[in-house]
Design a protein around this ligand. Structure first.
Ligand SMILES: C[S@@+](CC[C@H](N)C(=O)[O-])C[C@H]1O[C@@H](n2cnc3c(N)ncnc32)[C@H](O)[C@@H]1O
Length: 210
């Protein structure tokens, strides 16, 4: 039986293989560290229960969420890579693990039945937003926020020094971003950001939950 260290090494190797195939989409050479997963979870609103994860990868953050008491049924995970999706689906029974593009988060959440139980409290994302065009970033953010309740938050980690979404796009969408923890024990080091609706300016994006 594999111990936690050898399981981590196996996941790292598998993830690295996907990075070799498609570095831009995979966005990192290694899965997130437990320290980064903990920093992401620390930004979740108190009492957050229903979570959508964008870009589940090998499931480091998914498992941290489950270990923190999030019920599988309250999780929706969207992963674009077919191989990572298949592995994640096998390893997280009871959760909705959908193969698809985060561009279509709202449609995928509706089709999976996730939103029948209400909006999500938070979106957790490891997507490589920095390498995406402004249009793609905008579409992903709008689709993601359409699944969130009014106080919902998106927790996004990024490998660059600046906000993963620039100020002009945040303003245009009526969102505000706040920098959280810088996690050095991650390859590469990463910073956690939270993005929320800016109450003063919000032009509320479409809402798909009932
Ligand atoms: C930096 S990795 C993070 C993986 C995992 N969450 C972690 O923290 O280890 C980004 C993940 O997003 C996935 N991904 C990239 N673009 C995507 C998209 N448009 N929609 C859904 N998933 C995407 C990649 O396949 C990869 O698994």
């Amino acid at each position: 039986m594999m111990g936690p260290m050898s399981r981590r090494s196996a996941h790292s190797l598998r993830f690295f293989g996907q990075w070799l195939r498609n570095p831009r989409q995979t966005a990192a050479i290694a899965p997130s560290s437990p320290e980064l997963a903990a920093a992401v979870l620390a930004e979740l609103p108190q009492g957050a229960r229903r979570i959508i994860e964008l870009g589940g990868g090998t499931g480091v953050i998914t498992h941290a969420l489950l270990d923190a008491g999030i019920a599988p049924d309250d999780l929706l995970i969207i992963e674009l890579n077919a191989s990572l999706h298949a592995q994640l689906q096998a390893r997280v029974p009871g959760a909705r693990v959908v193969q698809g593009d985060a561009l279509h988060t709202a449609e995928l959440a509706l089709a999976s039945g996730y939103l029948e139980h209400g909006p999500a409290d938070a979106i957790v994302s490891g997507l490589g937003l920095l390498t995406m065009s402004r249009e793609t970033q905008s579409a992903i953010l709008q689709s993601a926020f359409a699944c969130l309740g009014p106080d919902g938050v998106m927790v996004q980690f990024t490998y660059g020094p600046l906000s993963p979404v620039n100020q002009s796009l945040l303003l245009e969408l009526g969102f505000a971003a706040r920098r959280g923890e810088l996690v050095l024990r991650n390859v590469p080091p990463a910073t956690v950001w939270t993005i929320r609706r800016n109450r003063a300016k919000a032009i509320r994006p479409r809402t798909v939950h009932r």
